[in-house]
Design a protein around this ligand. Sequence first.
Ligand SMILES: Cc1ncc(COP(=O)(O)O)c(C=O)c1O
Length: 428
Amino acid sequence: MAEKRWRKRTLAGRALAPETLMMGYGYEPALSEGSLKEPLFQTSTFIFPSAQAGKDFFATMQGRRKPGEGEEPGLVYSRFNNPNLEVLEDRLALWDGAEASLAFASGMAAISTCLWAYLRPGDVVLQSQPIYGGTETLIHSILPEFGVRQVGFEVEGGTAAMQAAAAQARQLGRVAAIYVETPANPTNGLVDIAAARAIAESLTDAQGRRPPLIVDNTMLGPIYCKPLAHGADLVVTSLTKYVGGHSDLIGGGASGARAMLAPVRRMRSTLGTMCDPHTAWLLSRSLETLKLRMAAAAEGARRVAAFLRAHPKIDNVWFLDFLPEGHPDRALHLRQNTSAGSTFSFEVKGGEAGAFALLDRLEIIKLAVSLGGTETLASHPASTTHSAMPPDELKRFSITPALIRISIGVEEPDDLIADLAQALDGVP
Ligand SMILES: Cc1ncc(COP(=O)(O)O)c(C=O)c1O
């Protein structure tokens, strides 16, 4: 099939890098008055060139008709498709190393739409723990109301815990999805994606169908971990975080093979959980600088983490590059991730009082939940993002009263260190 000029991925036999393709891939200026940047297609619907074209567009969208050689799927209605969404999806797929991507109204919209697409009453979800609170609520509290059961395994338990949970889940019913988050929020515990895939494969014979392995890649993705290359079927990302990167939007993505995404697309079109054109436009803008921002933040995080580790008022720093030799997660980190990223946690001496004293004295670093923006944010998981967890679970997952989570931005790292140093001076 003739390659469209705006989807050209090679030059003189050379595969172009996503860094280069982010500036134009998926967008043809000649179709938009030569505009260098894609215009914002702030429209709910699209005019069909003819009644037959409208019939064909619908039939293609609903899977009743195969598009002809080189035919672009026609635009219909912004709940189904929109040029801003399509540009974003084409580019996100490049970073994720995926055949295709879908963009959503939030990370939770992406996660929930994927789960609704694959789960039915009587099914069981196998999930890692801890996971993001919203996902935990969905799997633990809401899906059971629809007859879907859940079995969890602690990330700290490694592959053995995952295998034991899979055996337990199999007793309950058909395991219809394996859902993992790695690194886990907030303590950066890791899940071995290849081992999770092997478990999915091992369930195929017993069930006649392999459960899809869905990986939440928000913390390191899409630059520093590529779950699809390690065996994931679908990778989901809160684009609100690093991809959006400026703390000014909410969005989500799901990437994978077209066939894996087909039921997710159908569910998204029906539920209306897609990203809106303006947010998609902002996200395409942000993708141009994604790698630069993540690299600057990761370097800043490395320096801030080193400062904290050496400070007498700090107990533990859960930074992935600090995993000691011999720790099982160390080899996994080196195999699965290409950086420790820039969100990590640490404990302040003095429990909650010590943590609060530090947080209240910060001047440059802002006290807020969320992560992955250009600005550095600090939060207290036990009393905020994870406060709905029962006390024994908080303890089990090392979410102690002394724990602070920090997401490093792109400020000068020495300024952040100066802020932490002055705040720690005031901690009793
Ligand atoms: C790891 C992780 N996954 C998913 C989400 C949900 O994303 P959103 O807030 O965009 O719905 C978050 C939000 O904090 C998150 O941290």
